[in-house]
Design a protein around this ligand. Structure first.
Ligand code: ADP
Ligand code: ASP
Ligand code: MG
Length: 411
């Protein structure tokens, strides 16, 4: 039988009525003749609550126990979804990650999927089961411990199942009706895209557009999964939502196709470090070991053999970063006068494959920010994106200004 993967995010399974609503959508596909693999997130707000409990209990927590706690939200919704489907007379069964088993690396809290053996699910489908409900976000490490795939990881669970089971399509049902030119929650001028190229979606996701987890887009691109984002609250059909597809399959293409933001960034500066070969390695090695996700890096021009080194990282990793750098200083491997953390910054980025062949996007971006009197703290660029770090209080303003400047509200 043809097979579909349908993923429902937190808001889409936020209470029992919403689970029923999602189950209706599944039922429709079963009646059309599909076997379905349903991936569920935890109820909205649940994972945040669990993360909060872990952080309150142990600020520099053991990631194995973090995973044991935060993976539990999905167990509840998976069981409830299977029960809801059974009540509708649809043969359904739930699986937690370890039962499948969805095998991952042992990088707790940010594990990567290694393999998904098909045997267990195939056997059940062979016995007449029509829907397998899988708890998203979680797997099992080679050591036999529960792992999680990073925030938003249920998207990746969904795409990985679609690839492993040769699904006809992977439908990501969420609380917006597709991928927009920017987050529709911060700009009412945001425009829904019918299609978006894998590479652009990949950049938007990695730069903060949380509608899809970055890794899910990478997997879809690699395994040629037909990936679609659509609303779980509206009536939908074959043509609803946004299709993530190859660049060649997009007819009309703007130079800039989207604006993304990351609200909770921090900027850390090591003041007056010795400017010598190996200094970057001596600073960023310990940060990597401590699990700090360093993003932008700037080294100032040195004076008298000393320089300032600035980097950005998520705001909730500042404590970890400070600890790692202070330890390195105490051990004598680095030497700095002061460590200054600015926890009130945000990153705003513009993305578009058209930038490859169009000069001038950066200057247009900087002019737009200058017109709004927004000071740029750090800049980074790549082939198809430009990112700036600015004061957090100007973030919304910057997104709106850039959305206007690049004409994204117009078709
Ligand atoms: P789910 O719980 O279904 O996984 P998420 O909250 O993870 O949903 O992702 C959906 C949210 O992503 C939307 O509510 C929206 O606010 C946000 N978002 C950010 N950028 C975009 C964008 N470019 N297009 C659509 N949604 C976006
Ligand atoms: N529940 C997890 C999270 O909130 C995974 C997901 O929803 O995709 O990050
Ligand atoms: Mg999500």
């Amino acid at each position: 039988m043809p097979l579909l993967v349908m993923k429902f995010g937190g808001t889409s399974v936020g209470d029992l009525d919403r689970i029923k609503n999602a189950a209706q959508k599944v039922k429709r596909e079963v009646e059309r003749g599909y076997d379905v693999i349903v991936i569920v997130s935890a109820m909205s707000g649940k994972t945040n609550e669990l993360v909060g409990w872990v952080e309150q209990t142990s600020p520099l927590f053991d990631a194995r126990e973090y995973d044991a706690v935060v993976s539990s939200g999905e167990n509840v919704t998976a069981g409830l979804m299977a029960l809801t489907l059974q009540e509708m007379d649809i043969p359904a069964r739930s699986w937690q990650g370890w039962q499948v088993p969805l095998k991952t690396t042992s990088a707790h809290s940010a594990a990567r999927i290694e393999s998904i053996p098909r045997d267990n699910l195939d056997a059940k489908f062979g016995e007449g089961m029509r829907v397998a409900v899988i708890a998203g976000f979680q797997g099992i490490s080679p050591e036999g411990r529960i792992t999680t795939l990073g925030r938003g990881g249920s998207d990746t669970t969904a795409v990985a199942f679609a690839a492993a089971f040769d699904a006809e399509r992977c439908d990501i049902y969420t609380d917006v009706d597709g991928v927009y030119t920017t987050d529709p929650r911060i700009s009412d001028k945001a425009r829904k895209l019918d299609r978006i190229a894998f590479e652009e979606m990949l950049e938007l996701a990695s730069l903060g557009a949380k509608v899809l987890q970055t890794r899910s887009v990478e997997l879809a691109m690699r395994y040629k999964v037909k990936l679609r984002v659509l609303s779980s609250f509206e009536d939908t059909d074959e043509n609803s939502g946004t299709l993530v597809c190859d660049e060649e399959d997009i007819v009309e293409q703007n130079v800039v196709s989207g604006v993304a933001y990351q609200r909770d960034e921090a900027k850390m500066t090591l003041i007056s470090v010795a400017d010598r070969p190996g200094i970057a390695a001596a600073i960023f090695g310990p940060l990597a070991e401590a699990g700090v996700n360093v993003d932008m890096i700037v080294q100032n021009i040195s004076e008298d053999g000393r320089t300032d080194m600035t980097f950005s990282c998520p705001v909730n990793q500042v404590a970890r970063a400070s600890e790692a750098l202070t330890k390195a200083k105490d051990a004598g491997s680095i030497n700095f006068h002061e460590l200054v953390a600015d926890t009130d910054v945000a990153k705003v980025s513009v993305v578009g494959i058209g930038m490859r062949s169009h000069a001038g996007v950066a200057s247009q971006m900087f002019e737009a920010l200058s017109r709004e009197n927004i000071n740029i703290r750090v800049i980074t660029t790549s082939e198809i994106k430009i990112s700036v770090l600015i004061d957090r209080k100007y973030m919304e303003l910057a997104v709106q200004a850039l959305h206007d400047t690049f004409g994204l509200e117009k078709a």
